[in-house]
Design a protein around this ligand. Sequence first.
Ligand SMILES: CC(C)(COP(=O)(O)OP(=O)(O)OC[C@H]1O[C@@H](n2cnc3c(N)ncnc32)[C@H](O)[C@@H]1OP(=O)(O)O)[C@@H](O)C(=O)NCCC(=O)NCCS
Length: 155
Amino acid sequence: MKVTIREMEIADIPIMMELEKELFSVPWSEAMFSEEIKGHYTYVLQKDENKEIIGYICGWKLLDEFTITNIGITANFQRMGFGAKLVKFIISKLLYERCFKFTLEVRESNQKAIALYEKIGFEQIGLRGNYYRDPVENAVIMRLNMLQKIEGYDS
Ligand SMILES: CC(C)(COP(=O)(O)OP(=O)(O)OC[C@H]1O[C@@H](n2cnc3c(N)ncnc32)[C@H](O)[C@@H]1OP(=O)(O)O)[C@@H](O)C(=O)NCCC(=O)NCCS
């Protein structure tokens, strides 16, 4: 199946609301997506065939560090490589901008997301106690430093 990654637009927000309700117990609001779009690191993944949006990724860059704040792939299209495609897309985009450090937080029970991030190279570096609500749960903090992946690099 052919897909395209493009920038998220305000007009996409109603679809984002639907996907969020499907995927998360505490969905993001319209206002959160509007704010996120202003940060310019918000992308959707759509099917070429009919332009249906089946996934999205959001994040913020602060100096030389990028935080992935949200990612989702609609249930019918999970485990087909699209989540990994979005994460790799955003990492490569940030590398072009000379940003090498990536962080994120994920629910401790979200083993499929943790497996996805670990497969890409993120490491678990700590926990934030009772960080999430509905249900209350710890956040696992994960980090990827692309420079440290280069053998012998010691800065
Ligand atoms: C987490 C999520 C984005 C993964 O997207 P995806 O498109 O299904 O993931 P991919 O197909 O790219 O999987 C890549 C790797 O992640 C891991 N993975 C993904 N889903 C998995 C599952 N159900 N069980 C175990 N490992 C899984 C595997 O290592 C997989 O590689 P493999 O298929 O070669 O074994 C998706 O499950 C999702 O949207 N979940 C709900 C929202 C969410 O939890 N977002 C994360 C918030 S931090």
